[in-house]
Write a protein that binds this ligand. Sequence first.
Ligand code: HAM
Length: 442
Amino acid sequence: MALITKAPRGTQDFVPAESAKMRYIEGVLMKIAEKYGFGEIRTPSFEHTELFVRSVGDTTDVVQKEMYTFEDKKGRSITLKPEGTAGAVRAAMEHGLLAEALPLKLSYITPCFRYEKAQAGRYREFHQFGVELLGAQSSAADAEVIGLVNQCLTTLGVESIRLFINSIGCPNCRPGYQKALREYYQAHYDDLCPTCKDRLERNPLRLLDCKEEKCHALAEHAPVILDYLCEECQQHFDTLKARLDSMGIPYEVDPYIVRGLDYYTKTVFEFKTETIGAQGTVCGGGRYDGLVEMLGGQKQPAVGFGMGLERLALVMEACGALLPEQPRCDICLVPLGEKASVYCSALIQRLREEGFAAESDLMGRSLKAQLKYANKIAARYTMVIGDAELEAGSARLKDMDSGAEAEVAFARLAAELTSREADRLCQGIAQTGPDVAGLLKE
Ligand code: HAM
């Protein structure tokens, strides 16, 4: 029978060493979000298709080309979530969270699914860390979520990443801009891709983020939204810039950022890097003051972002950011003979209950083969236990890094390892630098 050894295109496996990195990254991100007052929300991996059509928008690439949509057995249209915002907002409304203390601050880590051309940094299943802050109108909220991203990147040691901001206006000023865009693109109608020809009347903003080469080139000379902002949007943008200045967060204004999703109003932003190839947008977000209303609720201002975890890991690797080593085995017990093996089953269980990562032989291997295995799994300590050691109630504990050995009674083994672990941890924290150390200490 033919082997099935290939995952579907655009998906990735995370083998243990990779998972350990992701878990570390996720832990740091969620810890920082918690400090900013965000509580985790978990929503289903699939939703009613209508949720994304209404929120992300039916003229976006995501809805028109990229969604994994299918009918369930009862004929309902279901879609694997292409992004985190719509589900989080739907859940907030469903559970009445918006009737509680505002602002409502939600964070999440979620798998997302988009049928895109797979390439480095672009996957069909990927993971987003995101936050949604609902109920606050002020640009202080925009500054807070941008500040959160900034702190996440700094804490994780990410360098060479730049923040770009823009305002895409509101329902008051956007029609004027849309009119100017339509006029501009009408003059180049024949050069547009079929999708853009189709979208020109209904949603000309979408033409600005079309990935087709010809449309992309045209976008570079299109009118810019910043020339069309109403007073309120202009003021919101100006105060955001003042806040970022006062927080010491560097940014550049890029009037061509429109984002690929329809729900945005006013502020939009992206954190981009050139260190990981074409898919350099690590984080994107913005304000979406109309979304709750679009989903049938009462108007509620909101702002948030989504950060691609795979891209974040790529940029961390590219800039040599510190990643924790894979957790090491604390001790490998090496039994010689059946009696010692039976004793080790009990000893290892006690050690594990004390919280140690302990291993022992499960393969009936020789002394030499067991020590080779202990080396392979990088065990910190080994202890060879035979009949003589059983009789004595103690054995030699060997430090595999230094080679030093000491006689330790089995009854004192956990206490001995605990005191050695405490010394090691203190040294480790001192080496990891102030930010990570602060997070780990808790
Ligand atoms: P988005 O820009 O579509 O925004 O996605 C956010 C991030 O997800 C991107 O910056 C990128 O890092 C990552 N990403 C997107 N597509 C892929 C892919 N195919 N492969 C790998 N990574 C990808 C949103 O999804 C909004 N929900 C963000 C938001 C939250 N805005 C307000 N609140």
